[in-house]
Design a protein around this ligand. Sequence first.
Ligand code: NAG
Ligand code: NAG
Ligand code: NAG
Ligand code: NAG
Ligand code: NAG
Length: 441
Amino acid sequence: MKVSLFSIASLLIASAALSSTLPVTNVSQSSKVLSLPLIAQKRSIASHPRFGRRSLNQDLINSAPESADGPIIYTPGLYDYIAFSVPVSIGTPPRDFVLIFDTGSADLWVPGNDCSALDGCPGTAIYDKNASSTWSPSEYKFNITYIKGGAVGHYGTETIKLAGAQLEKQVFAYVDQVSGPTANQSADTLVFEDGLIGASYPHSTQMYFDYGVTYLPFHEALYAQKVISDPLFTVFMSANSGQGEVVYGGVNTTLLGSDFVYTNVIQGYDPHNKEQTTYIGWFAPVTQIVLNRFTDSPTQITFENYKGMLVDTGTTNIILPRVEVAKIVEAVVPDAQLTSYGWYSVACSKYSTSTNTVGFDIIKSGATSDQTIHISVGVKDLILPVDYDQDQCMFGVVPDQSESQRNYLIGNIFLRHFVTLFHFGDNRIGFAPLSAAALNM
Ligand SMILES: *[C@@H]1O[C@H](CO)[C@@H](O)[C@H](O)[C@H]1NC(C)=O
Ligand SMILES: *[C@@H]1O[C@H](CO)[C@@H](O)[C@H](O)[C@H]1NC(C)=O
Ligand SMILES: *[C@@H]1O[C@H](CO)[C@@H](O)[C@H](O)[C@H]1NC(C)=O
Ligand SMILES: *[C@@H]1O[C@H](CO)[C@@H](O)[C@H](O)[C@H]1NC(C)=O
Ligand SMILES: *[C@@H]1O[C@H](CO)[C@@H](O)[C@H](O)[C@H]1NC(C)=O
């Protein structure tokens, strides 16, 4: 989530227009879909800076304690994947980039050739507009600010290729200055993240925010240019291997444990016309947080109406206001210690076998009353190693560090346990449990 949008007031429920009842899993044989691998590098938490909205984690991570005698040695298996990325090529002749796949924002950016390592571009994949015959300039500057860090550069249009498909005149940005996660990678990182590809709504682009002008982000352009035949994409990120898949326009049914359950995306205020509401992000209407749902004494944190929670593949953790996090901690990791860095520390050995769960009740798509869908994951899947020697793990439900205390965000630590469907035609989000095949990936 961009910082600027967090200033937008409360979110409104989607209007009465209910989504079609057609199951989108019926993607016909003739449907055009595009399947892309998602990759994440195995790496230690302490050495990995997080991006953007994401930057909250970066604070935590950069402040993680280090052992006195140099880098912490992690036990294999207790590593984690922070960001999942896709390979994309841009320009003519094409240049290859690896971009963080982020449903929490909408712009695509890559390092430009004026961006040196000192400017925050330590990688070797650099975009040079002069070397591309398909670049066209834009009158708009690109300046995106994340909670910590950001990127500054120029919008333009280019030919963008992925998985053998090609998009002409796609709006993107090349940047001269980057701060945040990608700026601090070492050049020999195995899965080097060059930039970011946003997969949110047109009204979530920085261009709209700064200039009131929208464009179609990558996934919407794929649909508009008939590269894909259905206006949706599905995301799978393996918790085990750091492998995953984005399917634009369809669903890989071999990954599904059962069919999707849907919620309608909720709208927010249009920053350029406060009278209007519009889709400004993948916000799901959560009515309650439910802890230990499958026990005799679940704990519920019920919201008066509902909260719009951002479904964000580009963020690792679940981020919630301090008050809610404290209640969750009390119910599922009661002996956790709040560190001076703002996150809760737990004993890895104890909670890696916990049967406690954290889940959400979300208003069901098409429901007229308070019918909800339920999604939960185990606490053992929500802990991240910080210092294994000290048996120290971070609880992946992290307090919001902002003053507003209004951020509600479901990051990929949670989403890894589902196939998530983002339908930008019907404005729905679907969740499906993983198949055995997906669980073994
Ligand atoms: C989708 O598939 C299901 C099961 O195969 C079938 O019952 C349903 O009629 C199909 N819907 C459409 C719109 O084709
Ligand atoms: C790239 O082209 C611009 C004009 O479009 C020119 O001003 C600039 O000097 C060129 N840069 C290089 C490195 O050739
Ligand atoms: C980018 O935006 C930030 C925050 O609004 C501002 O402080 C900064 O000066 C801007 N940078 C440029 C180059 O315009
Ligand atoms: C991250 O990179 C920026 C730009 O290269 C640098 O100024 C900053 O000190 C780095 N931060 C960390 C924590 O390494
Ligand atoms: C679907 O997922 C399976 C299991 O991961 C994989 O082997 C296959 O290549 C995927 N199919 C497509 C079309 O992406």
